[in-house]
Design a protein around this ligand. Structure first.
Ligand code: TXA
Ligand code: MG
Length: 337
């Protein structure tokens, strides 16, 4: 029996960008680079095309999609934008911030899982922006991974996860932020809430909005439709069981068994035995570097044939909050799903 061909990884040449814009215009799927993680994109105003996203990812239809726009102006065509949203758009767009707002009628129900709100984001990645300038339409795009698995930050990660279910991957290099966007719910602008921590912190949002921003992403309100499954207890998970530690001391590394590997936040000060497999997120313990390398480290160790992975938590500040949020969900037991 012949296997389905692997998805092609296409460099972002002008000819490829034109070709992929045409694929999107006729309702096809294209995996696209963004500054956070790679997305699996379709024309957001084409319900049939969006249905293909759910099929390719194995994603439940109760889980709404983020719609990517080229500008704040384009967001106004999809969502009822309030002044608070305008302020954060002016401050953080293009960039790793998704805003949840009341939706307009043009947005198909499948995109919002039948709900009254839509999540909009204006990505900063130059290649993605070139593609959007050619498509001239909003693109629905969840992270380009099989549902529940580690998110992709390179074209190769996408190919490994979805290569037999999609045809086109646009290569934009390694994602520079490395964890998904912050999701800010502004459907009630007087009570802004972060539904998922990401590249933009609560403190940054508070400074721009001039009011307290609640974070609800650890309260497990995942039963409601609008809860991000980023909010599901178990998500972003490697196949190999993962155990978390506040710190992994040198003595623990020195007594490591051959079938375990370690995801370290920073380079240990003393030498580790060469036989112990470690992936260091940031040599100097710098939080943004660690966020950028988090998923690459998880992918690499998950494919290396170990029986158990251990990861060290990041300092609980800035992007460290997003790193720890993803690590905790990645470590949660599958049965908790
Ligand atoms: O950085 C990102 O946000 C990446 C890149 C590709 O843009 N996208 C991404 O999409 O992480 P996804 O589908 O993996 O996660 C989007 C989250 C989901 O947890 C979904 O439930 C939530 O956004 N979401 C989408 N629409 C929503 C809405 N109307 N209300 C609340 N949550 C929503
Ligand atoms: Mg995702």
């Amino acid at each position: 029996m012949s296997r389905v061909p692997r998805a092609a990884i296409l460099p972002p040449t002008p000819a490829n960008l034109r070709k992929l814009a045409a694929v999107l215009a006729r309702g096809g799927l294209v995996a696209v680079p963004t500054e956070t993680v790679y997305g699996l994109a379709a024309d957001a105003l084409n319900a049939r095309a969006c249905a293909e996203i759910f099929r390719a990812k194995g994603r439940p239809h109760t889980d709404p999609l983020i719609v990517h726009v080229a500008s704040a102006h384009e967001a106004e065509t999809l969502a009822v934008v309030n002044d608070a949203a305008r302020k954060v758009m002016a401050a953080f767009w293009p960039g790793p911030l998704t805003i949840v707002l009341p939706k307009r009628g043009v947005v198909p129900d499948i995109v919002t899982a039948g709900g009254a709100s839509v999540a909009v984001r204006c990505p900063a990645h130059a290649t993605m922006r070139k593609l959007m300038a050619l498509t001239r339409r909003p693109l629905a795009a969840p992270s380009a991974n099989p549902f529940g698995y580690i998110s992709p930050t390179t074209a190769r990660h996408v190919q490994n996860g979805l290569g037999e279910r999609i045809r086109f991957i646009l290569d934009g290099g390694a994602s520079q932020v490395g964890v998904e966007s912050t999701i800010l719910d502004l459907t009630h602008p007087a009570a802004p809430r972060i539904l998922r921590s990401g590249g933009i912190s609560a403190a940054q949002l508070r400074r721009v909005l001039g009011r307290t921003v609640a974070t609800v992403n650890r309260t497990g309100s995942a039963k409601r439709r609008q809860a991000a499954p980023g909010m599901l207890t178990q998500h972003y998970s490697p196949d190999t069981p993962l155990t978390l530690h506040d710190t992994i001391p040198l003595a623990r590394l020195r007594s490591a068994k051959a079938d375990e590997a370690f995801l370290l936040f920073r380079q240990p000060r003393a030498k580790i035995p060469a036989s112990v497999r470690v992936y260091v997120l940031s040599p100097r313990g710098q939080i943004e570097d660690a966020a950028r390398r988090l998923y690459a480290g998880m992918h690499e160790l998950d494919h290396a044939g170990f029986r158990r992975l251990h990861a060290e938590l990041a300092p609980e500040r800035g992007a460290g909050i997003a790193i720890n949020d993803r690590l905790r969900r990645a470590a949660a037991k599958r049965s908790a799903k």
